[in-house]
Ligand binder design. Structure first.
Ligand code: NAD
Length: 432
């Protein structure tokens, strides 16, 4: 099929490369000229395992093209996916200016039937506005369909998630749109949920909100564990084996972040409010997440007393492992709070340092985890990269000024570290 994807970021680029890999002819468009010029040369603007090879392979086979021209993308494609960003406005609402802008440009450039599919995460009823916008600007008699096809891939394993999804959600209003999307996704042999457009939009917001709720729930329980000396990892294991609950997203830690959960929660709360429903549960989920970042600061103060002039070695900047994405990463809030208290920060991350440099002007960026440990009063784990799980602790202990580890992701075995002579403080794992 001839497909175009408007917006070539984490989602658009992976989607485009994967559809090309499945044998389609794909045009990825973006209004960022530098990004497109790099992509044409095979230079990938983000770190996503396997993506560089996938793009190179499909560029070579001429199944993948890049352009800054929406006109060119619309002219040559029957299906057009909108995958632009939908960031949060200051008031919590999703900023849909990118969606509106692209919908208008698609309409202006359409000369025969097109299927326009929302891939970006959008509040319920956005599809109505996309339809309205296209109807207003399209030439008379040109037919089109709008569909909602939310994306569920996770950064860090995006290609695998795209190629082997738990489910594909297709929100449509016509048989034609349904058949086109069904045949596009047929090679993936995945369960397909067909709904109307509004339900599909809601499935995405509700899924992300539910996952964030699981994280805040276990974090809330971890606070009780800390108070009584219970082990959150044991509690989570005991809960997670119940098939009705499931073990994923039950890892207590410094809270969720990233480009999706915080903004999608805000957007879901705001659209609910607009529709006349006060989504108090999700407000509490947000509050708990903020408290969790503050709780790390509390643990540092309990251990170090005064933060001013202390050196903290921080491991991890990206909001989760295997990505360079630092959008809304808890690391940024935690480091800024520590700096505000007068701490000196030494930080290391395997992939995210380039993106973080301009945001953390006072921190010292280190070449490896050991440099971050050198002469630090404490080592703080913020992201659970595999590399941090395999440290040489004898070396770490020699380098640290005090053998103190605050494990914000519960990646270490407390007993093992205590045996090695460390003071170990995890999340919901204190001994009483
Ligand atoms: P991103 O910021 O990485 O990419 C968005 C791209 O759109 C950028 O390259 C930007 O230059 C481009 N763009 C913006 N306005 C444009 C316009 N008018 N014309 C052409 N290009 C334009 O964002 P992302 O992480 O890929 O997310 C995109 C959407 O997918 C969001 O709605 C997000 O919530 C959703 N989503 C993201 C993920 C994820 O893990 N990142 C997962 C599922 C869904």
């Amino acid at each position: 099929m001839n497909i175009s994807i408007i917006g070539s970021g984490y989602v658009g680029l992976v989607t485009g490369a994967c559809f090309a890999e499945l044998g389609n002819k794909v045009i990825c468009a973006d209004n960022d000229t530098e990004k497109i010029s790099d992509l044409k040369k095979g230079v990938i603007p983000i770190y996503e395992p396997g993506l560089e090879e996938l793009v190179a392979n499909n560029l070579k086979r001429k199944r993948l093209r890049f352009t800054t021209s929406i006109k060119e993308a619309v002219k040559e494609s029957e299906i057009i996916f909108i995958a632009v960003g939908t960031p949060s406005l200051g008031n919590g609402e999703a900023d849909l200016t990118g969606i509106e802008n692209v919908a208008r440009q698609i309409a202006i450039n359409m000369s025969s039937y097109r299927l326009i599919a929302e891939k970006s995460t959008v509040p319920v009823e956005t599809g109505e506005w996309v339809k309205h916008t296209i109807s207003t600007h399209v030439k008379r008699n040109v037919k089109f369909d709008v569909a909602s096809n939310p994306e569920f891939l996770r950064e860090g394993c995006a290609i695998n998630d795209f190629m082997h999804p738990d489910r594909i959600v297709i929100g449509v209003e016509s048989k034609k749109a349904r058949d086109i999307l069904l045949s596009l996704y047929k090679p993936l042999h995945a369960p397909i949920v067909i709904t109307n457009i509004k339900s599909a939009e809601l499935i995405k917001h509700a899924s992300n909100a539910f996952l964030a709720t699981k994280i805040s729930f276990i974090n809330a329980v971890s606070n009780i564990c800390d108070k009584v000396g219970a082990q959150i990892t044991e509690v989570a294991e005991g809960m997670g084996l119940d098939k009705r609950i499931g073990s994923s997203f039950l890892n207590a830690g410094v809270g969720y972040g990233g480009s999706c959960f915080p903004k999608d929660l805000d957007a879901f709360i705001t659209i609910s409010e607009k529709l006349g429903y006060n989504f108090e549960l999700l407000k509490a989920v947000k509050d708990i997440n903020e408290q969790q970042k503050a709780c790390v600061l509390g643990k540092l103060k309990d251990a170090l007393w005064i933060i001013k002039d202390k050196t903290i070695g921080v491991l991890g900047l990206s909001f989760k492992p295997s990505t360079d994405d630092i959008r809304n990463a808890p690391s940024l809030d935690i480091i800024k709070a520590l700096e505000a208290e007068g701490a000196n920060i030494k930080v290391y991350d395997p992939q995210a340092m380039a993106k973080a440099r301009s945001m953390l002007k006072n921190a010292k960026f280190c070449k490896d985890p050991y440099q971050a440990c050198k002469d630090a009063d404490c080592l703080l784990i913020v992201t659970e990269w595999d590399e941090f799980k395999e440290l040489d602790f004898t070396r770490v202990k020699k380098l640290l000024k005090r053998p103190l580890i605050i494990d914000g992701r519960n990646i270490y075995d407390p007993k093992k570290l205590s045996k090695l002579g460390f003071i170990y403080i995890g999340i919901g794992r204190s001994e009483k």
